[in-house]
Design a protein around this ligand. Structure first.
Ligand SMILES: *Cc1c(COP(=O)(O)O)cnc(C)c1O
Length: 482
């Protein structure tokens, strides 16, 4: 190397900056398309511009299409004998996009998958370009710090104490699993049961399996008419377990159940858990975000009393997938449970690396799209997203003909209903036929099996759905005959 190197300080390590005018000769440069480190690569720019245009067209054309595509040309899945040029790649990409679910369609109301925020889309792209790794501080210095800072903000907003901490994870399933593993870790005996409501999320069953605890160890307590876990039954169950000398390793409260958006009585469950000295995990994958705004925080009271909380910003706020987080009351519990030491890394300034506080090793910088999206919204924007979702849900509920339909009460932005027995004795085929009829009108609802009968479920987190859409949808439902 002929040039004179210049030292730059990065996080205590002295590194050498190469002169930008070194010859761009590389063994691979002509063969494999990696962007030049010596100039703003024109090929990369073209590629990004053209793919960005495709994406803008796809989102911009959402309202004139359907939420779910019916025909598209699936491109080749495997690498060909030769690398594809940009025109082929983009044409393949376009075909694939034509077969994608369209969350930005105003009639996309089926699931907890809203359209993505502009800043979150861009941040996901940047995260890919940075290609940093949250496994270790030296692979993601600023992003590791950002994750710690943002987790701190979430802990404060949700009312957890100063000792709290957490980690971003690739989904609520993983957050819930990690919570149960941490809860079990503080007990001397690795067996035991977990209590949750009968409407709790399926990811808990999966977690039990992974932990080797088996299905019967997940005790499902009935819910009341509002879909909330029945407190007296939970108390009876805990007393019974105590008399039998059986260990309960965790009670899981749900803040926002998946079909009807019901919220369990968290403050009362917290005092029950304190009395029995049992870990309280709150699965707030859906409802947790409502605690971020003072205007809606009353919908999910008591989160700050939990030992751990799952929260999924991907489900309502428009943060691109995956965006979930596990928060714990005592930050060091994550490290105690998951750290193995990282012998191939230097020490981290926070005392641990991002790969030592959870199940994942290599982690993408999912914090970037969360941070950027939340910054774009600001606190008032967050409030608008939350309260407008609630408004749309309540407008829709008001429009439904309750002489013909049975609506399942819940307190968030989900509305699930089924036909009354006067309208149909066969709810299964009625909901199936209505779902198909609504699809023809550009509305996508889902059809969950809940409490033994098929429902239609609508989720009101789509900011593009207007009152006119709601009117039309309710009209189609109220008039539906088969
Ligand atoms: C969606 C959901 C989960 C699982 O989250 P994923 O990100 O899909 O893994 C857990 N609990 C509840 C209540 C949910 O609605």
């Amino acid at each position: 190397m002929s040039s004179s190197p210049r030292d730059v300080k990065i996080g205590g390590l002295a590194s050498t900056r190469l002169q930008p005018d070194l010859p761009a000769e590389s063994l691979l440069s002509d063969l494999v398309p990696f962007a030049s480190p010596y100039e703003a690569d024109p090929e990369l720019k073209t590629f990004l511009h053209r793919t960005a245009n495709l994406l803008c067209d796809w989102i911009g054309g959402a309202a004139s299409g359907q939420p779910l595509p019916t025909v598209w040309a699936q491109p080749d899945a495997t690498p060909g004998p030769q690398g594809a040029d940009v025109d082929v790649l983009l044409s393949d990409l376009q075909s694939l996009m034509e077969g994608a679910f369209q969350p930005s369609h105003p009639g996309s109301l089926a699931h907890l998958d809203p359209p993505p925020l502009t800043a979150s889309i861009a941040a996901d792209l940047i995260a890919a370009g940075l290609n940093n790794n949250l496994l270790a501080e030296e692979l993601s210095p600023s992003l590791t710090l950002l994750e710690q800072q943002l987790v701190r903000w979430f802990c404060d907003r949700l009312g957890l104490p100063g000792s709290a901490g957490g980690a971003l994870t690739s989904g609520g399933t993983l957050s819930n699993l990690m919570a149960l593993v941490v809860a079990r870790d503080r007990l001397s005996d690795a067996s035991g049961v977990v209590l949750c409501s009968e409407d709790a999320h399926v990811s808990l069953s999966k977690a039990m399996r992974v932990m080797g605890l088996g299905g019967p160890a997940l005790i499902r307590i009935p819910v009341d008419a509002n879909g909330s876990l029945c407190l007296t039954q939970a108390e009876e169950c805990l007393s019974r377990l105590q008399r039998q000398g059986r260990q309960c390793l965790c009670v899981v409260a749900t803040a926002g159940t998946t079909v009807r958006g019901a919220v369990d009585p968290i403050p009362a469950l917290a005092s029950l858990c304190r009395r029995f000295d049992i870990w309280l995990h709150v699965d707030a994958a859906i409802g947790g975000v409502f605690a971020l705004s003072q205007q809606t925080a009353d919908l999910v009271p008591g989160l700050g009393e939990a030992d751990s909380i799952t929260i999924n910003p991907q489900k309502l706020l428009g943060i691109t997938k995956a965006s979930s987080m596990l928060l714990v009351r005592e930050a060091n519990q994550l490290h105690d449970t998951f750290s193995t030491g990282l012998p191939y890394m230097d020490d981290a300034s926070a005392g641990y690396h991002g790969g030592e506080i959870g199940l994942q090793g290599t982690r993408p910088a999912e914090v970037l799209k969360l941070w950027f999206g939340l910054r774009q919204l600001g606190v008032p924007g967050i409030t608008r997203v939350l309260s407008s979702a609630l408004e749309r849900a309540s407008t829709f509920k008001q429009r439904l003909d309750l002489d013909r339909l049975v609506c399942q009460p819940g307190s968030l932005h989900l509305v699930a209903f089924h036909p009354s027995s006067r309208v149909s004795r066969d709810g299964s085929s009625w909901t199936l036929a209505l779902r198909q009829a609504l699809m023809q009108e550009g509305f996508m609802l889902s059809r969950p099996l809940y409490a033994g009968c098929h429902h239609l479920k609508s989720v009101w987190g789509n900011p593009h759905t207007t009152v006119a859409h709601i009117d039309h949808l309710a009209h189609c439902i109220n008039r539906f005959e088969r």
